[in-house]
Design a protein around this ligand. Sequence first.
Ligand SMILES: CC(C)(COP(=O)(O)OP(=O)(O)OC[C@H]1O[C@@H](n2cnc3c(N)ncnc32)[C@H](O[C@H]2O[C@H](COP(=O)(O)OP(=O)(O)OP(=O)(O)O)[C@@H](O)[C@H]2O)[C@@H]1O)[C@@H](O)C(=O)NCCC(=O)NCCS
Ligand code: ADE
Length: 292
Amino acid sequence: MYWDNAEACGTQLSELAVNALVEEAELTPKPGLVDRDDSGAHQDLNFGLMVRSADSLKSTFADIGSAAFLQEPNQELREKIALIGRVGEKKMFEAVGTNTHKGAIWALGLLVASAAVHLPGTRLEKITGTAGEIACFTDRKAPEISTNGSNVQQRFGVKGAREEAQQGFPHVIRVALPVLQEARQKGMSESMARLEALIQLISHVDDTCILHRGGIAALSAAKMKSKNIIQLGGVATAEGWEALSQLEQTLLKYNASPGGSADLLAAALFLDRLEKETSNPTESEKTNVILV
Ligand SMILES: CC(C)(COP(=O)(O)OP(=O)(O)OC[C@H]1O[C@@H](n2cnc3c(N)ncnc32)[C@H](O[C@H]2O[C@H](COP(=O)(O)OP(=O)(O)OP(=O)(O)O)[C@@H](O)[C@H]2O)[C@@H]1O)[C@@H](O)C(=O)NCCC(=O)NCCS
Ligand SMILES: Nc1ncnc2[nH]cnc12
């Protein structure tokens, strides 16, 4: 994969972003979340809606990628992609009638922008770092509304999606991606490796989606139950697999969903695929670029 103009950049990065969202939705089972088998703690969602929601974001990610193509990560770019992101939120809402991928538009939108700022093949740490840089500029046109996330951040003094991005996605780069790679090296199947990464995310992230639904008791219980899975050797062991259903029961008891962790898993899948697709462009891809 290689791009040498804004349109191709947007199209290719958008394809990777939408794929990552669909792959996250497809991963089954997932505690408290929508998967192929059930809707977890979400009464208003199902697998088909998750896929429709992901598809509705194709033009949003493409527009973000095109707008950011080889641009400086500055205030102007921040405000440009914020505008596209907000239009994307509306399109998603029109498509599915709910906030399905609000957090994912934020995380993947910034990562798509950052990947577009750099050349294909750039190190992932550089991409997450620049995404953080972009997120640190103030979006002066952001409407002053209170959100579920801002409410619980104030109430419980935790950091949420904004800080995760501003710090360069530490949970993606230091938790999800290394866990994915280690699990694959151990010979785990791809879906078990992804599930392991999700459980590790739930054990670390202050997920405002869980906090909004079930308060601090739900967040502490979700972290404790996912740490228990890890201590038992992870989802690939019989004990860890058994303990996964305890995490699921706990989340359902609180009607809580680890939606923020799911978004960060999708972000990790996006970066993982981006690295694979851009590290070794084919000869014809390279030749095309040299000829231009
Ligand atoms: C800066 C924004 C992220 C806004 O942030 P804020 O915290 O104010 O807003 P929220 O509306 O709460 O959305 C944040 C969503 O991020 C996910 N998340 C939660 N915790 C974390 C975390 N620690 N790290 C990373 N990500 C996290 C989470 O998304 C998932 O949950 C969504 C469903 O949540 P909710 O709407 O609350 O739905 P329900 O529980 O069903 O609630 P009710 O029905 O009961 O009301 C789902 O989408 C998951 O994806 C949080 O919800 C940012 O959004 C922003 O400013 N955007 C403007 C546009 C922009 O600048 N874009 C830039 C480039 S694209
Ligand atoms: N699979 C999923 N289920 C519910 N909320 C989500 N937000 C992002 N992915 C999700």
